[in-house]
Write a protein that binds this ligand. Sequence first.
Ligand code: SF4
Length: 328
Amino acid sequence: MGDVKKTLKDIGSFMKLPGANLFITKTADLFNWANKSSLWPLSFGLACCAIEMMATFSSRYDLDRLGMITRASPRQADLMIVAGTVTVKMGERIKTLYDQMTGPKWVIAAGSCAISGDHYRHVYSVVPGVDWIIPVDVYVPGCPPTPEAFIDGIMELQNIISNGKSNPTFNSVDSERPNIDEIKVKKKEILFNENFIDGLSLINKCKEIKSEGYDYINFITATDFEDSLVLTYLFTKNNNNEKVEINVKLDSSKKIDSITQIYPGAEWQEREVFDMFGIEFKNHPKLERILMPDDWVGYPLLKDYKMEQAKLPYRPSREDYESWKTKL
Ligand code: SF4
């Protein structure tokens, strides 16, 4: 950290006069000192990182000593800590909340999901970094960041404020930034430029990847682009964290070879993709639903999935709710 203006002594000088004390400083420095000493964050969280943020606000870490008191209304908050995965759906709400906050205002992107979308950056519903929607002043890496990292990020923001930064903070977001619909289009472009292989060569490709030392499969996921389904595989070398990703565009049969013989850890991941997207993994040892009940109708992450399917075992009707209420 650089030269930090921490206390009143650092931003001016005290003089003792007969019968009075005098403090001389610049108003800009005084306002910066006041701003950094009384950050009021908006209390909201998006995913697992928010749990760590809550721990940071607990008595053990005592953020009150930094002048931080969470506010339940954006009108009273001047700091937004974006902790968790930002979905496109939530992105619109985040932008509204940000615009409702008073200025000057600041944003901390906490955790790799908020910074870049991280594991989910290729998922069609996830924004690849909250700075696509609102300006960010400090990035706190981690999955999730520890409370110490949160506090470090907050102190870094205090530094920035001490040094007079109040932009880009007033009013609303830079008009150059893409809106949510543009993000969806851009995400599709990014994905289709990624490393694609033919589905028939998947097994050989996975053997090759494993022989190169990528011994861990991070995830298998799918994206429904309406005109096609795309499977994404991510592998890691455990010794140096190097990663490689492959994508496969499926044909209308929605079938592909299982890679469980090469990567046993793919077993439950393929089941999950089957459960959510209906993709059939040939030669999988036990291709059954894993999250939804066995008799569930449809595949919930397909774009054409209808919530009003005929058979929804876990979704009681309005009448059911009404009758339960009378029994309470
Ligand atoms: S960065 Fe990790 S801990 Fe944070 S929201 Fe994403 S997956 Fe969860």
